[in-house]
Every structure is written in structure tokens, then in C-alpha cells.
Design a protein. Structure first.
Ligand SMILES: Nc1ncnc2c1ncn2[C@@H]1O[C@H](COP(=O)(O)OP(=O)(O)OP(=O)(O)O)[C@@H](O)[C@H]1O
Ligand SMILES: [Mg+2]
Length: 265
């Protein structure tokens, strides 16, 4: 596919990006009421991702990875701090304001796919375009090339119930990318797949994001997934362990595994 078959589409209605930082989190906190007390689930998280960067977050179960990803996606609001995506403030404003930014700027990939069962694969993939009020027919070239890249062109007329897990996840990646968002967030996208299907999904994500120059942040428990990234962030008790961060990947799986052991994760 050409790097951007429809270059005008992303710019429509968007603010100018600030020097390549696609995602910026500044002193983000999220408190939750537990047994009548406010406990910090996400604590003072600050980091940024550049355009085209492929980063992963690892951490023990309950360390706050999903909570953080939801804050970064504008699906939830920080108790304090700021989240900016492609120059726009996602931490302020009401739900409608956040949803408007989210629909244009962010693709989200879920562990359990979240495909709509009554729609065909093609209708699922083009749904974000229709939500934006854009005609899927106008973006036919983009949809065709995404289906080709993700190997789902033969599945377009099927319904999700007739797909394997790996196929469902490839469809959900196509859906996340169809609006050409600058940021793609994925919460354990391989957690529900066989090892082989998971490996394929991460390789595809990496290739497609490089092709589209999207920034990707992927939560994973799997050192092999993390090894495919440029950077690995470690979360512990809601805080990022900056001293432990790995930079300059792709990595050797054993290096990621050793770092996890060092951290007791
Ligand atoms: N709605 C909620 N109310 C109160 N506590 C919550 C709520 N949602 C999550 N938590 C708590 O916040 C902490 C972080 O949860 P989160 O789901 O972000 O962890 P995670 O790192 O994604 O875990 P996993 O690897 O199991 O998916 C956990 O202790 C969880 O029990
Ligand atoms: Mg989680």
C-alpha cells in the first residue's frame, strides 16, 4: 500500500501535531475508591511516544496497565495530570469532546476483539468511518489495502462467529486502523490467541503501523510480543519503572525475560 492513500483524511478537523510527540502523559494519576478510601491505581505516570514508535507496557496483573491504557485512550479521565494525543488535550472536556478526539486520533484493539456479531467483517471494519460520517465507498482503496495487508480479504462477507480468534483479531486491527489514527492502543491483543496466531498478529501490527506511520502502544504479558517493539515500559503498582525501561529494540526475547525476572514481574 502507498504510505497514505488518502492523505487529506487525517488532517480534517484535527489540530496540528506538536513536533512529533503523538502521545504525552504528564503526571497522570487515577484514584479509585476501595473500602471507602481513595487509592492510587495509576501513580504519577509521565512519558511520551514519538510518531511511528512501537512501544509495549509490561507489568504484573493488577499493576494498572488497562487502567492506564483507558486513560491514554480518553475512555476514562485522570484524577490529576494531563494526557495529550497528537497535540489535543484528552484529559479535559466532557465525554463528547473526548469521544470526538478519540474517533479521529485513536484506534483501540481489545483482547476479546469486541466485533459486532450482527455485522459482516467488512461492515465491522468500516464502522468507524460511518461513525465519523464518512462514506466507506469513498475510502474503498484504503479498506481494500488494509484487508490485503491483514489477510482478511476473503473473509469480508462473513460474520464474526465464523472466524478463528486470530482472524477476529486481524479484523479488529483493520477496524482500528481504518480511520488512519496517529495512535493505536492495544490491550493484550494476543492474550486470547494461540502462540502462532499471536506472533502473526504482533508482526502484522508492527508492519502495518510502520506502513501507516502510526504510533503503537501495546499492553502484553508476553516477552515475545514486547521483544518486537522499539521500547518496553514496565509498570509496577501503578507507577512506571523508568530505570528499567528498555530502548532501541527489536530485542532478544531473553533480554526482556531477564529484565522481568530482575524486576520480579
Ligand atoms: N472499577 C474499579 N474499581 C476499583 N478498583 C478497580 C476498578 N478497576 C480496576 N480496579 C483495580 O485497579 C487495579 C489495576 O487494575 P487493571 O485492570 O488496570 O490491572 P492490569 O494491570 O490491567 O491487570 P491484568 O494484567 O490482570 O489485566 C487492580 O487492583 C484492580 O482491582
Ligand atoms: Mg488488564
Amino acid at each position: 500500500m502507498s504510505s497514505n492513500p488518502d492523505p487529506g483524511a487525517r488532517a480534517a478537523g484535527s489540530a496540528p501535531s506538536d513536533g512529533g510527540a503523538v502521545l504525552e502523559a504528564r503526571s497522570v494519576f487515577r484514584l479509585r475508591q476501595v473500602d471507602g478510601r481513595d487509592l492510587p491505581i495509576v501513580r504519577d505516570v509521565s512519558f511520551g511516544l514519538r510518531r511511528g514508535e512501537f512501544a509495549t507496557i509490561m507489568g504484573p496483573s493488577g499493576s494498572g496497565k488497562s487502567t492506564l491504557l483507558h486513560l491514554l485512550a480518553g475512555l476514562d479521565r485522570p484524577s490529576a495530570g494531563e494526557v495529550r494525543v497528537d497535540g489535543e488535550d484528552l484529559s479535559g472536556g466532557d465525554e463528547e469532546h473526548r469521544a470526538a478526539i478519540r474517533r479521529r486520533k485513536i484506534g483501540f484493539i481489545f483482547q476479546f476483539f469486541h466485533l459486532l456479531p450482527d455485522l459482516t467483517v467488512e461492515e465491522n471494519i468500516t464502522l468507524p468511518l460511518r461513525i465519523l460520517g464518512e462514506s466507506p465507498r469513498r475510502h474503498r482503496e484504503r479498506v481494500d489495502s488494509l484487508c490485503g495487508l491483514l489477510g482478511v480479504e476473503k473473509l469480508r462477507a462473513r460474520q464474526p462467529a465464523a472466524l478463528s480468534g486470530g482472524e477476529m483479531q486481524r479484523v479488529s486491527i483493520a477496524r482500528a486502523l481504518v480511520t488512519q489514527p496517529p495512535l493505536v492502543l492495544a490491550d493484550e491483543p494476543t492474550g486470547n490467541l494461540s502462540s502462532k496466531a499471536g506472533e502473526e498478529v504482533v508482526a502484522l501490527l508492527r508492519d502495518v503501523c510502520t506502513e501507516l506511520q502510526a504510533t503503537i502502544l501495546l499492553v502484553t504479558h508476553n516477552p515475545r510480543d514486547a521483544a518486537a517493539g522499539d521500547r518496553v515500559l514496565f509498570l509496577h503498582d501503578g507507577a512506571l519503572l523508568h530505570h528499567a525501561e528498555l530502548n532501541g529494540g527489536p530485542f532478544d526475547v531473553a533480554d526482556v525475560f531477564h529484565r522481568l525476572q530482575e524486576l520480579g514481574v
